[in-house]
Design a protein around this ligand. Sequence first.
Ligand code: HEM
Length: 150
Amino acid sequence: MTFDFLAPAYVWIKALHLISVIAWMAGLFYLPRLYIYHMQVAPEDVRSQTFKVMERRLLKAIMNPAMIATWIFGLLLILTPGVVDWKAGWWHLKFASVLAMSWFHHDLAQARKAFERDERPRTERGWRIMNEVPTVLMIIIVLMVIAKPF
Ligand code: HEM
């Protein structure tokens, strides 16, 4: 099956890919930060309810649709003839980092359900460490797709 029809749309698909990436990353940076603040209030505190609403809306209204859109436009780019050189090492490291980013999203979604049940998944220090994960992955991904060092 040929996907030649995607070639004229390449720049538009790439633009939509990056718009979705930005929205997804905004949530991936902010949700662990909300969890750090949420850890600092007791379950019976009224502020805990406010955090639950903020976390649910951020995940469901922004992060889930943005992740799905990033994947759809990213996969369309893969299918566009001549875009991905499968022999290049950078592509494999980008793809591994994207899988890790998706795992991180899944982990945050599981934690949101736990916070909703008034549980406290991880320690505050654990969330501070987790908070750095998307930054490191984002730096790796951008260096790979832009500099293509190997
Ligand atoms: C979710 C799965 C993803 C897939 C399948 C995917 C796939 C792709 C593909 C095939 C390209 C075109 C590469 C080229 O034109 O040389 C691309 C471009 C790009 N991707 Fe992704 N990507 C994904 C997620 C991400 C994420 C999470 C980020 C950033 C954190 C990202 C950042 C970029 C950037 C900056 C470009 C533009 C590179 C250029 O200017 O050529 N992508 N992506």
